[in-house]
Design a protein around this ligand. Structure first.
Ligand SMILES: Nc1nc2c([nH]c(=O)n2[C@H]2C[C@H](O)[C@@H](COP(=O)(O)OP(=O)(O)OP(=O)(O)O)O2)c(=O)[nH]1
Length: 131
């Protein structure tokens, strides 16, 4: 049976653009774009995990809000359940640490990057919510 991986991602929206992070060559799913975040550790709430991951990888503090979407996708290396939340930056500015790139993508261009497959329902939901 494949490994089950619980992952949380942050949907940060500012001035009509969403923050996307490109996975680096040394990560799984290299080159694909994702919502910053990571794996939920034992004993953590998804919200705590998300705030911790954003602090670690973007070096800023967020307040986690409403859930956007939850989706399960089977990759070669395991089954990822990705839950995304709207989040707001309360301190600091996102900085590039472990990803290949960070980009504020205008919502009108959100489909222009190559998202990790598990993220597509979140992108659909964000854009659907605007309609
Ligand atoms: N953080 C994040 N991960 C995602 C998203 N969509 C998606 O399929 N994933 C996958 C990529 C990874 O396999 C896993 C998250 O693990 P992680 O962010 O802790 O990545 P990691 O670098 O520690 O993982 P690994 O390369 O060591 O396997 O979920 C997303 O929007 N955000």
């Amino acid at each position: 049976m494949k490994k089950q991986i619980n992952v949380v991602g942050a949907v940060l929206i500012r001035d009509g653009a969403a923050l996307a992070a490109q996975r680096s060559r040394t990560m799984s799913l290299p080159g694909l774009w994702e919502f910053p975040g990571g794996k939920v550790e034992f004993g953590e709430t998804p919200q705590d995990a998300l705030a911790r991951e954003i602090q670690e990888e973007l070096l800023c503090t967020v307040s986690v809000g409403e859930r956007v979407e939850a989706t399960t996708h089977e990759y070669e290396f395991g089954v990822v359940t990705l839950t995304t939340y709207y989040a707001t930056i309360v301190d600091g500015d996102p900085r590039l640490t472990e990803h290949a790139d960070l980009r504020w993508i205008p919502l009108t261009d959100l489909y222009s990057v190559d998202w990790a497959p598990a993220d597509i329902p979140t992108v659909d939901r964000i854009l659907g919510g605007l309609a």
